[in-house]
Design a binder for this molecule. Structure first.
Ligand code: PLP
Length: 518
């Protein structure tokens, strides 16, 4: 540590400025000016600067490993270090960052976060934060109406989709259990079962694990030929469990799967849920905002029949992390089944229903940040039509991506493009002809070699710093995955990404397939 501050003998006056962490007006303005310069540079340069300059983990450690300061450091030094963090970041806002469903934030959202953190209300209840609580209820209603869940939606904002899914499954389990779980625990309960497609996000199994149900309580339902949860397999799984004396309680549908962007047949799943009295949860963390696209909204028919829906504003509503949302109905049943002995210091004395409202009756979290402000400001500043326009363009870009892949001789599309994710692989053109005449064993070998080849290409693309893709596996094939959730991406960027993949293949000087060479 740097030299210590020896003021132990100093007599402290009540007004001693050294006691306060407030800044003088001048220092505050300087902090604001320098931070603003940094933020402005970021937003004006992000599309022009490199996406990422490869830095090893040990270089990072060396760069940021400064001594903990006891006396405080100059603002200039801090800002210089912040700039260095900006430079070393892999920029999710870059137009060719297509790797993950990647939270491209707008300046409006960034400043809204600054305002929210400055106000710093604790949005745990109306009493704790009246204005922020009201705003959160408004924003939740907006989100519900935007995705077709209904404008009287109830719910709350979460840190993200995983937390929304966990909270939904906790509610579902408590409401659906004939016994009061909070009193008797899980020990004497008949195992209760969840049904989710093979492409469900891993946060569903993780939630079951955290809840003490265990991953075995999540039945993996196979997909149909279109990568959707197969309805007859769902029925079969439920019937098998009923015959074993187990208790089916919840079915989870994808409204935009993480790997391929597929939307399950929500209306059909809703009917199965109604027939077997299951809680119907829709994981729309990524895809639900696509209901705003007039060409895609038919895919979301049936979402209004869900008991709960997860949607992430920090994925495809261009809001900075953290900002997920859980929408639900049956709020009275949820509150009754989750009600818990809270600390005396939190007891509410407000008399009207609205004023005695507390998020802790529904949410796992107690202290909660003012997340609603960034959605409220975003939707008011841009208006729904501009947000809709950005989402429609992302869907159109994914179709363009698939078209380019389909028309090229050296790419193969690995899944239908439903929303804004395109999964493909590089297949050197000399291999394609061989594939056509290969027997089953040769095809397997070729596939295994293509898997290795594409993994190498991805590694090279990611390190190159000009674009960023991720990977997934589709029917045993290693897929390169491009997620178009970025309002800065253009068709020219997509052309560049595909060219880069090709280029990295040539740079590898790949010795070729054992089968092609023989
Ligand atoms: C469908 C789906 N659900 C849940 C999640 C988890 O969301 P978060 O990262 O906000 O926790 C993701 C993340 O990509 C997702 O795609």
């Amino acid at each position: 540590m740097k030299n210590s501050h020896n003021n132990s003998n100093k007599k402290l006056e009540d007004s001693d400025p050294a006691l306060s962490l407030d800044l003088s007006e001048e220092a505050l303005k300087e902090l604001a000016t320098q931070s603003l310069a940094l933020i402005t540079d970021y937003f004006t340069q992000v599309a022009k600067n490199p996406l990422f300059e490869y830095t090893s983990a040990s270089e990072f450690a060396d760069r940021f490993n400064s001594e903990l300061s006891l006396e405080g450091e100059s603002l200039e030094k801090l800002m210089a270090d912040c700039r260095s963090i900006f430079e070393a970041t892999r920029h999710t806002g870059h137009p060719r960052f297509l790797g993950y469903i990647g939270s491209v934030s707008t300046p409006v959202g960034a400043f809204a976060d600054l305002i929210a953190s400055s106000l710093n209300p604790n949005v745990n209840s109306w009493r704790g934060a009246p204005a922020a609580t009201e705003l959160e209820k408004i924003v939740v209603g907006w989100l519900g109406s935007l995705i077709g869940y209904g404008e009287n939606s109830q719910g709350f904002l979460t840190s993200g989709g995983s937390m929304a899914n966990l909270n939904a499954l906790v509610m579902a389990h408590r409401v659906q259990s004939p016994e009061r779980v909070s009193e008797i625990g899980l020990w004497n309960l008949t195992p209760m079962m969840i049904y989710a497609g093979e492409r469900a996000h891993f946060s569903i199994s993780k939630a079951a694990d955290i809840m003490g149900l265990g991953r075995n309580c999540v039945r993996t339902v196979s997909s149909d030929a279109n990568f959707r949860l197969d309805i007859s397999s769902l029925r079969q799984c439920i019937e098998t469990d009923l015959a074993k004396g187990l208790r089916p309680f919840c079915v989870v549908a994808n409204a935009g799967s993480t790997s391929t962007g597929t939307v399950d047949s929500l209306a059909e799943i809703a009917s199965v849920a109604e027939e077997y009295n299951l809680w119907f949860h829709v994981d729309g963390a990524y895809g639900a905002p696509a209901a705003l696209d007039p060409r895609k909204c038919f895919l979301f028919e049936g979402i209004e029949r869900a008991d709960s829906v997860a949607i992430d504003a920090h994925k495809w509503l261009f809001t900075p992390i953290d900002c997920g949302c859980l929408l639900f109905r049956k709020s009275d049943q949820i509150r009754d089944s989750l009600s818990f002995g809270i600390g005396d210091y939190l007891k509410l004395h407000e008399e009207t229903e609205a004023e005695s409202f507390a998020f802790w009756d529904y949410s796992i979290e107690l202290s909660r940040r003012f997340r609603a402000l960034k959605i409220w400001m975003l939707l008011r500043y841009y208006g729904v039509e501009r947000i809709r326009g950005a989402i429609c363009e992302n869907n159109a870009l994914a179709e363009y991506f698939a078209e380019c892949v389909n028309t090229a001789k050296d790419f193969e599309l690995l899944a239908p493009v439903e929303l804004s994710i395109c999964c493909f692989r590089y297949v050197p053109s000399s291999w394609a002809a061989k594939f056509a005449v290969a027997d089953e064993t040769q095809r397997e070998t070729l596939n295994a070699e293509l898997n290795q080849l594409n993994a190498k290409i991805l590694y090279a693309v990611q390190r190159n710093g000009k674009a960023y893709l991720s990977n997934t596996t589709i029917s045993g094939k290693y897929a390169l995955r491009a997620c178009m959730v970025n309002f800065r991406t253009t068709r020219a960027d997509i052309d560049q990404v595909l060219e880069l993949v090709r280029q990295e293949f040539f740079n590898l000087n790949y010795s070729g397939s054992s089968i092609i060479n023989n």
